[in-house]
Design a protein around this ligand. Sequence first.
Ligand code: B16
Ligand code: MG
Length: 217
Amino acid sequence: NKKGFIFDLDGVIVDTAKYHFLAWQQLAKSLDINFTEEENEQLKGVSRVRSLEKILAWGNKTISQDLFDKLMGDKNEEYLSYIAEMDESEILPDVPRVLNLLEALDQPISLGSASKNARTILERVNLKSNFHAIVDGNDVSKAKPDPEVFLIAADQINIKPEDCIVFEDSVAGVTAANTAHMISIGIGSKDVLGHANYVFNDFTEISDDFIKSLINN
Ligand code: B16
Ligand code: MG
């Protein structure tokens, strides 16, 4: 029996939201915009361009396209300087256990992330070889909640969408998985991810038996 297991990156495998926050905060400060951690929450799973649009809207600022492009580049450079320091210690608890179990059970594994830096991050934390396919922000034209990223991820491992299981921490990502007719597993709080088929606070709550039951269903 083969299912396709699709993992989001930020908030599921690693917590890069804290680095996005630092980089966005520096950018916001340069524009005299006050940017809070609560606002950063709302940027989870949101593309880079859309994130800057939201920050500008919150700060009631309009800027030229040239400055917009420059700020995007600066933000990413700042973000990459944090990413460069990452190592395996930043992998979220029990993610390796689940990845190793899936490998032992011969299940195809795909990444489905909005980030254009996904490959760099997987290399930093030494998980790149665990994935049979990597689909990220460079491969899609429509951002989550559009299901495109997960549909491509399923296609690349040759598994029908109905036979795929998606691990996601963002509201938009869970919606994308549901729209793709995949089984959605929310990683985070039930209050936020109530539309997922299952919700766990983190991977320590996901048992080997639960994973096996998904495969045999
Ligand atoms: P980048 P995910 C998303 O990753 C992040 O949650 C979101 O905060 C970020 O803006 C987006 O990637 C784009 O990232 O600037 O690296 O292209 O959760 O979809 O893995
Ligand atoms: Mg995420």
